[in-house]
Ligand binder design. Structure first.
Ligand SMILES: Nc1ncnc2c1ncn2[C@@H]1O[C@H](COP(=O)(O)OP(=O)(O)OP(=O)(O)O)[C@@H](O)[C@H]1O
Ligand SMILES: [Mg+2]
Length: 228
């Protein structure tokens, strides 16, 4: 699903991703850990075609990112669901509209759209907010809309950057359960997190630890205390 060969990325003189070589197979659940500034978000943005490859090779969901023409980026994004820290949902649209949009642009039949959108709204406990405009939602509710939007297309790969960052503990556990269900059905998941509790919800997941833009051994304390 993901094949990286000496992938690097620089913001001017600062190499945020350095020589990363990594394979993620279809159906894997991978946590990305590492201190603030280690390069987690940058790596995810590369995988999504939001940043161009500076050096090395990257293949994601069958697309060679180092050779990817701009006009093919939407094709890549059809296969990859993303939940990002700065995810923009449409504030003046309802929860239903925000989630349905991803399917409307795929020209899916209306009845199928309705069924899928209602199912995911139910799964994320947003029923009462179905017709509420997103500007009237709490941070955690908006976060759930962003997650619903990434999941409703049934992507091959979900990239989630601290998806439970704004949520209380019970809701985080519930959401992790939903991510796991998707994973059980074959969706590959790459999730950045700082939280030991989140890591513990998927004990058999692989942990990729980043330090200063490179892959490193995960420190022991990752499993015994919260890392910030
Ligand atoms: N738009 C940008 N322009 C310049 N430098 C950037 C930009 N975005 C990130 N960086 C730099 O790249 C490095 C990696 O940042 P990144 O956002 O990937 O870290 P992160 O691991 O996601 O951190 P956090 O846990 O705080 O979200 C940092 O040194 C950061 O300052
Ligand atoms: Mg980040």
């Amino acid at each position: 699903m993901i094949r990286l060969n000496r992938l690097s990325y620089n913001f001017g003189p600062n190499w945020a991703i350095k020589d990363i070589t990594l394979d993620v197979e279809k159906g894997e659940f991978v946590f990305l850990t590492g201190h603030s500034g280690a390069g987690k978000t940058t790596l995810m943005r590369l995988l999504y075609g939001a940043l161009p490859v500076s050096r090395g090779q990257a293949k994601v969901a069958g697309f060679e990112l180092h050779n990817l023409k701009k006009k093919r980026i939407p094709d890549l994004r059809r296969e990859v669901g993303v939940v990002f820290q700065d995810f923009k949902i449409l504030a003046n649209r309802t929860v239903y509209e925000n989630i349905a949009l991803a399917l409307i642009v795929r020209r899916m039949p209306k009845a199928t759209i309705d069924k899928r959108v209602r199912a995911i709204i139910r799964a994320l406990g947003l029923e009462k907010k179905t017709y509420t405009r997103c500007e009237r939602l709490s941070g955690g509710e908006q976060q759930r809309v962003a997650i619903a939007r990434s999941m409703v297309v049934h992507p091959k790969l979900i990239l989630a950057d601290e998806p439970t960052g704004n949520l209380d503990f019970d809701l985080s556990l519930h959401l992790m359960d939903i991510f796991r269900q998707f994973n059980t059905h074959g969706t590959t998941i790459v999730m950045a997190t700082h939280s030991r509790e989140v890591l513990q919800t998927v004990p058999d997941a692989r942990i990729i630890h980043l330090e200063d833009g490179s892959i490193a051994e995960p420190p022991e304390h990752l499993f015994t205390e919260d890392v910030q």
